[in-house]
Design a binder for this molecule. Structure first.
Ligand SMILES: Cc1ncc(COP(=O)(O)O)c(C=O)c1O
Length: 354
């Protein structure tokens, strides 16, 4: 019997019998109990920080063992506010009740992976934040001030521990006033680590508009990392309610767009693809880095529209994002996908520990 996972996790009690069948009990968002069974020949590691390890035998390459030391013991999340002194515990109140970030989800943000005490791809994230702010008519503080805020926050974080850094800039008080800018840093959530190791099961879900609509409708904020993530989070809750891990959004004309917090990348032979940003998806920094390094694997890289049914014959399908890194898509709408033999090498290229 595997050890129960931590409170808050949705995977409750994995167990495996002598035939290798894993039985898991999960709770969905409405607290309804779901039972999941699959075959596994892997050892069950009950001590992994993200909860017990388990994976299906259908994977070609078994997930690697967790490196526990990088993620435990969990350090406390921190916050630093632009224009105020010091780095504080993240439970310190720092926002006014009438801040438009809270009232309207009006603002922009970035999330970065913190390695060896520094945010990975900081420049790329700052560039995207500047672009998001321009598209939202938001007065962002100077880039250098944001970089300093990120550095100040990371300096208070244990460099031996991987972390997630958020840079947030809201439109500020409702009756006018300066933008509110702050940074938080905290540990990588266990579910995120599990997705890296074991991959994810994904369902498609419509976003309700055609793939070309956002490129001619600036008010839809295509390509903007705005604070309005309620739809993104609702999409993910819906997936979890189905006993799955994530959603792949589709356009109304049937093309794959992106996931609520990650970019779609797939491999066909030696061609590495992602979705064009003309669809209004967020230009992912992780996917960009991967495509820019495709030649390291002898691959060509490009962007094109894809329908979900085409992904079922791909040689590898991943969702990429700054904190989760590389999440192999094991199944799409219930159909098993190929676990690419290159998954480990690609994750290593991106520099994510497991
Ligand atoms: C909607 C959306 N798409 C894609 C991504 C992936 O972007 P990145 O790789 O820069 O984290 C994210 C995460 O930031 C996201 O929220």
């Amino acid at each position: 019997m595997g050890a129960p996972s931590r409170a808050g996790d949705r995977w409750i009690t994995p167990s495996r019998n002598h035939t290798g069948t894993v039985h898991e009990t999960r709770k969905n968002v409405r607290n309804k109990t779901l039972s999941v069974s699959y075959t596994s020949t892997a050892p069950t590691a009950a001590a992994a920080p993200g909860g017990p390890l388990a994976y299906p035998a259908s994977m070609d390459a078994p997930p690697e063992a967790a490196t526990e030391l990088r993620h435990s013991p969990e350090p406390r999340p921190l916050v630093a506010v632009l224009g105020r002194r010091g780095v504080l515990s993240a439970d310190t109140p720092i926002l006014r009740a009438d801040d438009l970030g809270v009232l309207r989800g009006d603002g922009v943000f970035e999330t970065m992976d913190v390695r060896a005490g520094a945010p990975w791809l900081l420049d790329e994230h700052l560039t995207r934040m500047v672009s998001s702010a321009e598209s939202s008519d938001l007065d962002l503080p100077p880039r250098k001030a944001l970089a300093d805020l990120a550095a100040q926050t990371c300096a208070a974080w244990d460099p031996a521990v991987e972390g997630a850094l958020r840079l947030v800039c809201t439109r500020g008080p409702e009756r006018g006033g300066p933008v509110t800018c702050y940074a938080t840093v905290g540990p990588i959530p266990p579910t995120t680590l599990r997705a890296r190791r074991e991959g994810i099961r994904v369902a498609t879900a419509t976003l309700g508009f055609a793939a070309d609509v956002r490129s001619r409708s600036p008010w839809l904020l295509g390509g903007v990392k705005s604070l309005s993530y309620a739809v993104n989070m609702a999409s993910q809750r819906w997936a979890v309610g189905q006993g799955l891990d994530d959603v792949l959004w589709l356009s109304s004309d049937g093309y794959a767009l992106e996931a609520p917090t990650s970019t779609l990348v797939w491999l066909s032979g030696t061609e590495l693809w992602t979705v064009p940003t003309t669809t209004g998806i967020l230009p992912g920094t992780t996917a960009r880095y991967l495509l820019d390094h495709a030649a390291d694997f002898g691959w060509q890289a490009g962007t094109k529209l894809v329908r979900p049914e085409e992904l079922t014959s791909a040689d590898g399908v991943w969702l990429t994002s700054s904190v989760r890194g590389l999440a192999p898509v094991r199944a799409l709408d219930g159909r098993e996908l190929t676990w690419s033999e290159h998954t480990r090498a690609v994750r290593e290229l991106l520099g994510y520990p497991i």
